[in-house]
Ligand binder design. Structure first.
Ligand SMILES: O=C(O)[C@H]1O[C@H](OP(=O)(O)OP(=O)(O)OC[C@H]2O[C@@H](n3ccc(=O)[nH]c3=O)[C@H](O)[C@@H]2O)[C@H](O)[C@@H](O)[C@@H]1O
Length: 503
């Protein structure tokens, strides 16, 4: 018997747990089997079994069982006993039938006792008596919880411990269309492939382009905008982004994924553009500095050209690196930065700076609506394993039992013993000092007073919580990698025709 994963399964399980005493919430079919006298609904309150998914809600056999001897379908309101039997002999219980149906029988008419429908007065008395009894609502009055919270791959509330089954009881008059509709709704709940998205009217729904949307920050933005009910197009060349980050949306009617390099022009119709495409970590942007420059300059020009053509608003994901190795701390919006234009990091720092310049030039000259956000050292789930930024490096090294690598020298004034056996406080990991990287910024921290005042923005995830999420994610990624090692198959030896092979 299926258990809690399926609401029907749960209902059935609960139904079988009820002894066949004719009480409690159970199915009519089951009662028919368990009644010793062979009666169909003897002494029971009528509850119908839910139809299995995919089957017709009422088979003709079930239908027959529900018909009274008087020939009236119970669903249409007959309250007579099947063959005029008494309680315990297979008659029909009337306690839960609606009042107007009983009055119909009670009135002198062709369906009265004269019509051979059984001992009506006695039945009417029983009906009243039963109605006065306290209702047993333990199973049937509970409702399915409203869908809320993040998508977990199964309809929330079902399949979890303590889950509540959807309402089991139905009004007898409920017609087949309503039953079919309810079954379809339930079926869609259990076959739902995507996280639940809001419905937005045509007027409010925006067509949004996210470049770099398969990356760490971009994929979370994709989730947010999809959940809000917008149509999202992700454009990414998968340099550091991964399909896995957005795979849960692939096939959704509001989602599109395009493998495209922003250095090439793109002609689509959109209302808003979030331009995030760029390598973001030092090892990645230094890997091919010219490409990094092209992406941030030509790529940004292409996106601004698109924004101008379609009248879209554009947001540029800039970076704290525009401040270089800052001389002002913390950094506010009006600080111009301290960047070495010919250093190893310049391809990224200057690339983002010129991208910002382009945005403001398009705004002033062409009237394009632009926004610029400078992102400061983010970390969390969906970061690339080889990202190379300090937080992900430390977490991975600690999880793999490797020493934590730190650039620069051991801080002045530290204890001699500490220098000999350097360890990270609170962890068993050793610390290894590497030579200082050129132009590495010594300290950075955004001054967020203006953002708080004008946008009511401030970080909401505390450091410890964020770190825990990131650690959990990297641990899972390591497990995933360990279980999915790619082992190339040995190629069969190629033997050229007409030659003897010498081993
Ligand atoms: O913190 C920041 O300053 C950076 O934050 C994010 O970067 P992030 O998500 O952390 O890094 P990745 O996961 O590497 O995402 C970058 C995305 O851009 C894509 N990309 C990169 C290079 C390229 O030429 N085209 C392109 O589409 C990558 O494939 C990837 O999906 C933004 O995407 C960067 O623009 C921003 O500079």
């Amino acid at each position: 018997m299926p258990t809690a994963c399926h609401p029907l399964g749960r209902v059935r399980k609960l139904a079988t747990a009820v002894p066949p005493s004719g009480r409690g919430c159970t199915s009519s079919v089951q009662r028919a089997r368990s009644t010793p006298a062979g009666g169909k609904h003897a002494g029971t309150r009528m509850r119908r079994a839910r139809p299995a998914f995919g089957s017709r809600p009422h088979s003709s056999k079930t239908e027959q069982r529900r018909n009274c001897a008087c020939g009236e379908s119970r669903r249409r309101g007959c309250v007579l006993g099947g063959r005029g039997r008494r309680r315990g002999e297979g008659g029909v219980a009337h306690a839960r039938w609606p009042r107007q149906q009983e009055t119909r029988h009670a009135g002198a008419g062709p369906r009265g006792p004269e019509a051979g429908g059984g001992a009506l007065p006695g039945r009417r008395r029983r009906c009243r008596r039963r109605r006065r009894r306290p209702r047993r609502r333990a199973l049937c009055s509970r409702r399915a919880p409203a869908r809320q919270g993040p998508w977990t791959g199964a309809a929330p509330g079902y399949g979890e411990q303590g889950a509540v089954a959807p309402r089991v009881c139905r009004q007898p008059q409920e017609d087949e269309a309503a039953v079919g509709h309810r079954a379809a709704r339930l079926r869609s709940l259990f076959t739902q492939k995507y996280p639940p998205v809001k419905f937005l009217s045509e007027k409010d729904r925006k067509r949004i382009l996210i470049t770099g949307g398969a990356g760490f920050v971009g994929s979370h933005l994709t989730d947010k905008l999809m959940m809000d009910g917008h149509e999202v197009t992700v454009v990414d060349n998968f340099f550091t982004g991964r399909k896995r980050n957005v795979e849960h949306w692939i096939g959704h009617e509001n989602f599109e994924l395009i493998n495209h390099d922003v250095v090439e022009p793109l002609y689509i119709e959109v209302d808003q553009i979030y331009h995030l495409a760029s390598p973001a970590s030092p090892p990645n942007y230094m890997y091919n500095p010219i490409k990094t420059l092209k992406t941030n300059t030509i790529g940004t020009l292409n996106m601004l050209g698109l924004a101008k053509r379609v009248g879209a608003r554009l947001l540029l994901a800039s970076t704290s690196e525009v401040y270089g190795d800052p001389e002002v701390h913390p950094q506010s919006e009006d600080y111009w930065g301290h960047v070495n234009p010919i250093g190893p990091r310049a391809c990224y720092d200057e690339g983002k700076r010129v991208a910002e310049t382009m945005c403001y030039a398009y705004m002033k000259q062409e009237g394009v609506e632009v926004r610029v956000a400078r992102i400061f050292n983010t970390f969390g789930p969906r970061m690339h394993m080889n990202d190379g930024r300090v937080v992900s490096n430390f977490i991975l090294q600690a999880l793999q039992g490797e020493p934590l690598t730190r650039s620069g020298e051991w801080p002045r004034g530290s204890h001699e013993q500490q220098r000999q056996q350097p360890r990270q406080p609170g962890s068993g990991s050793e610390i290894q000092f590497l030579s200082e990287a050129q132009d590495d910024p010594q300290k950075r921290k955004p001054d967020i007073r203006k953002a708080k005042m004008m946008l009511a923005w401030e970080p909401v995830v505390p450091l410890e919580e964020g770190l825990n999420k990131a650690i959990h994610y990297f641990r899972k990624e390591l497990e995933y990698q360990a279980n999915n090692q790619y082992i190339p198959k040995p190629k069969p030896a190629r033997i050229k025709k007409g030659r003897t092979r010498h081993n």
